[in-house]
Ligand binder design. Structure first.
Ligand SMILES: Nc1ncnc2c1ncn2[C@@H]1O[C@H](COP(=O)(O)OP(=O)(O)OP(=O)(O)O)[C@@H](O)[C@H]1O
Length: 321
């Protein structure tokens, strides 16, 4: 049997042909899209500098990073809008082909909306561009557009506009939808509403690849995240696992008055700004021990590190400038 170079490379890397521990060929079935060693150069800038990751079917995958990290450029290479300087994007194990556009949905910026069109007309226009389309009534219900179908698209609030743009991205009933900073500029309430909507989209089985610089958004929505900085991927994994891996201990904070005067402080405890900070890998156990020693726990606070803390730890700078 003849085998192409690409197939040979895939087989060698264990992606196809090689059964996993359970004996199944999971990777072939489950990996929807894969970025392999993507590089994108602009004059004087390595916007993307060797990024690889996979999005499994049904997953919400997030590219997280500060402004200028290379998230949009990466996303656009996966969308097929930009050509990588080197590296490859595989969809269902194949390089992007002519039918790729039919399988994906892209949430465009508001500038994609035509003037003098209503919400309903806009949806119909985008639907006419595809062979396969989603059920219109269901889409309107899902994106909560029924009350604004006759409204001019220029008169929409930020949240309404984002819901319409998401509906347009879903108009061809795609298997994979791309969302580039979908909630930037929305007020906190509209942002939360949009998160619930994205969760519903995911529950229907659509895979999602999104970029964000809101760590709360990534923590709430994403099964996996890649943290990107200066065109490179720093870490990748589930938000909770990444935080656990890099911060095995929680921090217990107590007012310094809570500590009995006669009791020596443990050597790892820090005292600052009138507070005692104790690292604890097992919080319940540590609290039980402190109580036994007579420490007053009535004003205790347990801090759980998050993705923002992780980013700071790994890069030395904050996620949002
Ligand atoms: N067309 C272009 N020509 C030259 N440089 C570009 C171009 N597009 C992006 N860049 C540069 O590439 C780098 C990555 O940009 P990119 O837009 O991908 O980052 P990002 O993480 O999406 O940032 P943001 O959150 O601000 O959108 C930046 O330094 C940016 O200035």
């Amino acid at each position: 049997m003849e085998i192409s170079w690409d197939q040979a490379a895939l087989t060698a890397s264990g992606d196809i042909g090689a059964p996993d521990e359970s004996g199944s060929r999971r990777h072939i079935i489950d990996t929807l899209i894969e970025a392999r060693d993507l590089v994108r150069l602009y004059p004087g800038v390595r916007a993307v500098d060797g990024i690889s990751f996979r999005v499994e079917r049904g997953q919400c995958y997030g590219l997280l990073g500060p402004n200028g990290a290379g998230k949009t450029t990466t996303l656009e290479m996966l969308e097929g809008i930009q050509t990588p300087t080197s590296g490859v994007v595989l969809y269902r194990g194949q390089p992007l082909g002519r039918n790729y556009r039919e399988s994906i949905g892209i949430q465009f910026q508001a500038t994609a909306l035509q003037d003098f069109q209503t919400v309903g007309e806009s949806l119909a226009m985008f639907a006419s561009l595809y062979r396969r389309t989603a059920d219109r009534d269901e889409l309107i219900r899902l994106c909560n557009l029924s009350d604004i179908l006759d409204r001019d698209t220029r008169k929409l609030s930020g949240g309404q506009r984002q819901r319409l743009l998401l509906a347009i991205a879903l108009v061809n009933d795609p298997d994979l939808v791309f969302l580039d900073e979908p909630t930037t500029g929305l007020d906190p309430q509209a942002r939360r509403n949009f998160w619930s909507l994205i969760e519903q989209v995911r529950r229907r089985g659509t895979s999602i690849l999104l970029t964000t610089h809101y760590m709360e958004e990534a923590e709430r929505l994403c099964d996996r995240v890649a943290i990107i900085d200066r065109g490179r991927m720093i870490v990748e994994g589930s938000p909770a696992a990444l935080v656990r891996q890099h911060f095995p201990a929680r921090l217990i904070h107590l007012p310094d008055t809570a500590w009995p005067a006669t009791l020596p402080l443990p050597p790892e405890a820090l005292v600052r700004h009138g507070e005692i900070e104790i690292q604890a890998e097992d919080v319940p156990l540590t609290l039980a021990e402190l109580e036994r020693l007579g420490v007053d726990l009535s004003a205790l606070r347990v801090a759980t590190p998050n993705l923002e803390d992780l980013f700071l730890k790994l890069t030395g700078h904050a996620l949002r400038a």
